[in-house]
Design a protein around this ligand. Structure first.
Ligand code: ZN
Length: 96
């Protein structure tokens, strides 16, 4: 995905801006792997093989995305919750 394409994207729910975290690029600087975080609703949208996955929640399967979302969370020292959003782990304890 080209950087100029990324700049045109917004959250499908609230049309808010997205914050990009890149975990992989090709030699031309295109984003291959990474994720968007909505600045408003805080949903996480993965980018896989250069394609952003921006489906509404009801068309996403959390258990399929969970390993990838957890890897992203580890990248930014956050923990993914069951609603495609990072949890604020400083304000509550994760039950085991
Ligand atoms: Zn949003």
């Amino acid at each position: 995905m080209r950087p100029e394409t990324i700049a045109k994207l917004c959250c499908p729910f609230d049309k808010a801006d997205l914050e990009l975290t890149t975990t992989g690029k090709d030699l031309e600087g295109n984003v291959l792997e990474g994720f968007f975080e909505c600045t408003e609703c805080k949903r996480i949208y993965p980018i896989m093989k250069g394609v952003p996955i921006m489906n509404p929640d009801e068309y996403r399967e959390f258990h399929l995305e969970q390993p990838m979302l957890e890897a992203y969370g580890a990248h930014v020292n956050k923990q993914i919750g069951a609603n495609f959003k990072f949890e604020d782990t400083s304000s509550h304890q994760i039950e085991k």
